[in-house]
Ligand binder design. Structure first.
Ligand SMILES: Cc1cc2nc3c(=O)[nH]c(=O)nc-3n(C[C@H](O)[C@H](O)[C@H](O)COP(=O)(O)OP(=O)(O)OC[C@H]3O[C@@H](n4cnc5c(N)ncnc54)[C@H](O)[C@@H]3O)c2cc1C
Length: 502
């Protein structure tokens, strides 16, 4: 097996968390090895909205927004129903504003509307969410540029297309990793510290279903397929403690991909806009029995997500008619914002995800919904529209009846886009073993920790990307300091030369 040498810090995974850990470790003077299994860096930043929350930023100050990390932390605890880890959340939230300012310093292309209140999750008390003009990809651009600067400097060695397969352990301490490159054989690398920044497990259906509560196994996979839980499995082999309290809240609006059963249509292409703050709903949502289950204009994302959790197969079927199709804003959206009325009209004709039928009964059959149930539901809904009052669900937006053929319908299934459970760590981000001690030499950061630590049983805006970047930076800085302290006077812990690094 080829030996890559010895580094101060070995970072496994080149997503947001790994990139930030590597950048700060290099900035702190450590020699760093980054191993990424995909041919490209960035992990979930390729698909994510890339919303990051942070308080007390320069951008807030410039807009006269008064905010501070304490208020952000209180919001995190409120929105997570007190279930986020208070200490770890403070570790990140107290630094997240700093991360936002740091991104600005790196030339991050902020969306001009930011900081903003965001209605995709429960709303913060202050506008403190930021994203880039190209969502997560804007973030990736500046992080990758910064990392490659350190690669050119010789402080970071980057190996892509190599999957870390195991840990090297000496006297109970993790001292490195083994990895394999397709067609190029295996290699090993030693490090003063090994950082697992491998992301979540959500694309690994078997592993994901082990953590999901019963009845939620039908949740679509809404993330990229690198999220197979490698870091979780590797650390569990070493005796790591894995959190797991069985919480799940489906993300709404994702569309089952006919070409990949169980997976969602790529979020960058299309999703259904369900937030009434962004689009007035003209449709109804029904379950397989053809019954409505929530007010379609409910402003609380959590309320509608919990309502969906109770529906068979986490499925909701969206129903509208030709008159609605002519006046409503496009039901579909994406980050690029290119779902125009014309594109929506073309999609109706295309029939990839949307079905059309001359009667409600035929539409129900095509959607796999109970026909009598749907017909009766539409009748009651139309009466509510006529009366201007929805006694059943309290919907207040009742723009028009659903009565003009052709009728349209599409199915959306609740999705998981991030892992809720993960490796247990302390505020030092050292991986804990099942006896409550640490696994010496092994650290973890990013989604491999599971999102419950920062969001409890809910979603909290920007609290996955935010901690990934922020705690990644914090860990990189600390490990560099440790590496300096442990520096080998013989110079064997030297950074790779420029030739080795390229
Ligand atoms: C559609 C969508 C939208 C989202 N929007 C937001 C949002 O707006 N705000 C927010 O806070 N969160 C959001 N998230 C979640 C957020 O993007 C992720 O939680 C976060 O980016 C994870 O960062 P990470 O670095 O921990 O993991 P990842 O970005 O997943 O990176 C992990 C990296 O490790 C690599 N890797 C894995 N195993 C190995 C191995 N064995 N060897 C080598 N490399 C390995 C992977 O290939 C990957 O590059 C969203 C997620 C999705 C899917």
């Amino acid at each position: 097996m080829e030996r890559l040498g010895r580094f101060g810090v070995v970072v496994v995974g080149g997503g947001g968390a790994g990139l930030c850990a590597a950048i700060e470790a290099a900035a702190g003077g450590a020699s760093v090895l980054v191993i990424e299994k995909r041919p490209v860096l960035g992990g979930m930043l390729h698909i994510a909205n890339g919303e990051i929350s942070g308080a007390g930023t320069r951008r807030q100050a410039a807009r006269g927004i008064e905010d501070d990390p304490r208020a952000h932390w209180q919001d995190v605890m409120r929105l997570s129903h007190g279930k986020a880890d208070p200490e770890l959340s403070w570790e990140t939230v107290s630094r997240q504003g700093g991360t936002v300012d740091w991104l600005e310093g790196l030339g991050f292309d902020f969306h001009p509307d930011t900081p903003a209140l965001v209605h995709g999750h429960e709303v913060y008390a202050a506008p403190r969410t930021y994203w880039g003009v190209e969502q997560g990809r804007s973030m990736l651009r500046v992080l990758e540029r910064e990392l490659r600067r350190w690669v050119r400097d010789g402080a970071v060695r980057l190996v892509t297309g190599a999957r870390v397969t195991g840990a090297l352990v000496e006297d109970g301490r993790v001292v490195g990793v083994t990895a394999s490159r397709e067609g190029e054989g295996d290699f090993s690398a030693h490090g003063g510290a090994v950082v697992l920044a491998t992301g979540g497990y959500d694309a690994n259906r078997e592993l994901r279903n082990r953590f999901l509560p019963p009845g939620c196994e039908d949740a679509l996979i809404g993330c990229l397929d690198h999220a197979t839980g490698d870091g979780l499995a590797l650390a569990a082999e070493l005796g790591a403690d894995v959190t797991g309290n069985g919480t799940f809240l489906p993300v709404m609006g994702l569309i089952p991909d006919p070409a990949r059963p169980g997976f969602a249509v790529d979020y960058r292409e299309a999703f259904v806009e369900v937030a009434p703050a962004y689009r007035t709903p003209h449709e109804i949502w029904v379950n397989r029995a053809g019954q409505r289950f929530v007010a379609e204009d409910v402003t609380s994302p959590e309320l509608r997500e919990r309502a969906l959790t109770g529906q068979a197969g986490l499925a909701m079927h969206i129903v509208w008619d030709d008159a609605v199709a002519r006046v409503a804003d496009p039901l579909l959206r994406n980050g690029a914002g290119d779902w125009t009325r014309e594109r929506m009209a073309a999609e109706l004709r295309r029939g990839r995800w949307i079905v059309a039928a001359p009667t409600l009964a035929e539409l129900a059959a095509r959607l796999g919904v109970d026909a009598a149930g749907l017909t009766a539901t539409v009748e009651r809904y139309n009466s509510a529209v006529a009366a201007g009052h929805d006694a059943e669900h309290g919907r207040t937006t009742l723009p028009m009846p659903i009565q003009t053929p052709p009728f349209y319908g599409m199915t959306s299934v609740g999705a998981s886009i991030l892992s809720r459970d993960g490796l247990r760590v302390g505020t030092d981000l050292a991986v804990r073993n099942r006896e409550g001690g640490t696994i010496p030499g092994l650290y973890a950061v990013g989604e491999v920790l599971g999102n419950d630590v920062f969001a409890g049983d809910n979603y909290v805006g920007g609290m996955s990307v935010g901690p990934a970047l922020t705690l990644g930076r914090m860990l990189g800085t600390r490990l560099a300091a440790q590496a300096r302290e442990a520096a080998d006077p013989e110079g064997t812990e030297r950074p790779p030369t420029r030739e080795e690094a390229t």
